[in-house]
Design a protein around this ligand. Structure first.
Ligand SMILES: Cc1cc2nc3c(=O)[nH]c(=O)nc-3n(C[C@H](O)[C@H](O)[C@H](O)COP(=O)(O)O)c2cc1C
Length: 363
């Protein structure tokens, strides 16, 4: 039976425990997407707090793929030295760190990227005023290469793993979505066509880094929109990812318009915790890839039950670690049995300051 504070493996990577800090956009890069002291400080606190695997907040692989102003960049080799400060800080402790790589797709704005957001298809309901650019075949090939090069930079910067962000309505998840991808060429038209963009990113990255370098995917189980991706198709995607040799899948759900279901409020009872657990159970039947479960997990009892029942292999949290970077150590030493995060989600509303818990002004 799996337990929270035993060593565990993701591919070739050994983690000191089964607790993961889910990617959390830290809003702490400078205008060029470069790492700042604030960002190193936020991550070092988590490593000091003994998180098994820290997933850095999403980093953009391509300038038009930037989601917000203070987002970390991974689109140029010049960024590697700054990112190395993060991996060196983490490796001073018994903790590991992964880089999450992302492209905004439609979920950005002209003000942020200085041009039109990029999309697989024009979907008027989701492109107010039609102000988007539909990707050509050549553009798609270029972005696949950007993802692979970003992963290569991550490896060079000393990250222990890379996670491809294929959830939350960003570009990779737009390609997967039957609602957002109406293409009739090889990048759409069927579940296999919609999966091709992600599949090619995985293949290109494996060719560049070798298939032993740990590669993870964060995947939507459901988009919670009419005509969107549902669990049945996510199970098919997980089958493809298993065949391609992906080392772990983190399960989430939702897009920008349904963000209140990605980051749910008021988790104040055990039965409200682990809100993606029913989807994990279905994915568990579809794949034997290690599963990382995120979404409203707050108490030690729920974490241990999920691992004990074999419903997921790793427990991932975001908001609790914003409030308590030392939560892992506190749980391990039984100084506490639950996160003190009240799931108010105010941490996700602030835009300008580096991420912090508004209930506790220190970060
Ligand atoms: C401030 C904030 C930033 C986030 N940034 C990211 C991100 O960069 N990448 C990502 O995949 N998810 C991001 N998320 C979603 C979380 O990783 C997680 O899936 C979600 O918050 C649910 O987990 P929780 O209930 O433990 O907070 C963010 C959430 C918050 C609150």
């Amino acid at each position: 039976m799996k337990s929270l504070f035993e060593k565990a493996r993701i591919g070739d990577l050994t983690l000191p425990n089964r607790l993961v800090r889910s990617a959390t956009g830290e809003r702490a890069a400078d205008d060029g997407g470069r790492v700042t002291d604030d960002l190193v400080h936020i991550i070092e606190k988590l490593a000091e707090g003994e998180v098994g695997l820290i997933i850095l907040g999403h980093s953009f692989v391509h300038p038009p793929g930037r989601v917000s102003r203070k987002m970390t960049g991974i689109h140029q080799d010049g960024l590697i030295s700054g990112l190395t400060r993060i991996t060196e800080a983490v490796h001073r402790y018994d903790s590991r760190v992964a880089l999450q790589i992302n492209h905004a797709g439609r979920q950005t704005s002209k003000e942020i990227i200085g041009g039109l957001p990029l999309v697989p298809s024009l979907v008027p309901e989701y492109a107010p005023k039609g102000e988007v650019k539909v990707l050509t075949d050549k553009d798609i090939e270029e972005i696949i290469e950007c993802f692979a090069q970003a992963a290569r930079r991550g490896k060079e910067a000393g990250f222990d793993a890379v996670q491809i962000h294929a959830a939350h309505g960003y570009l990779v998840s737009q390609f997967l979505s039957p609602m957002m991808n109406h293409r009739q060429d090889k990048w759409g038209g069927s579940p296999a066509g919609r999966m091709r963009f992600l599949q090619e990113i995985v293949r290109r990255t494996h060719r560049l880094l070798g298939s032993n370098f740990p590669l993870l995917v964060k995947l939507n189980a459901d988009e919670f929109i009419e005509g969107g991706l549902r669990i049945e198709e996510s199970c098919e995607v997980s089958g493809m990812l298993e065949a391609e040799g992906i080392d772990a899948i983190e399960i989430s759900g939702g897009i920008r318009e349904t963000a209140s279901l990605i980051i749910r409020k008021d988790i104040d009872a055990p039965e409200k915790e682990a809100y993606f657990l029913p989807y994990a159970r279905k994915l568990r039947q579809a794949t034997s890839i290690p599963l990382i479960l995120v979404g409203g997990i707050r108490t030690l009892a729920v974490m241990e039950r999920i691992l004990g029942d074999g419903e997921a292999d790793f427990i991932s949290m975001c908001r609790p670690f914003i409030r308590q970077p030392d939560l892992t150590r506190k749980l391990k030493n039984r100084e506490t049995t639950e996160a003190s995060c009240i799931s108010c989600s105010r941490c996700s509303q602030e835009r300008e300051r580096p991420v912090y818990c508004p209930l506790d002004e220190t970060y």
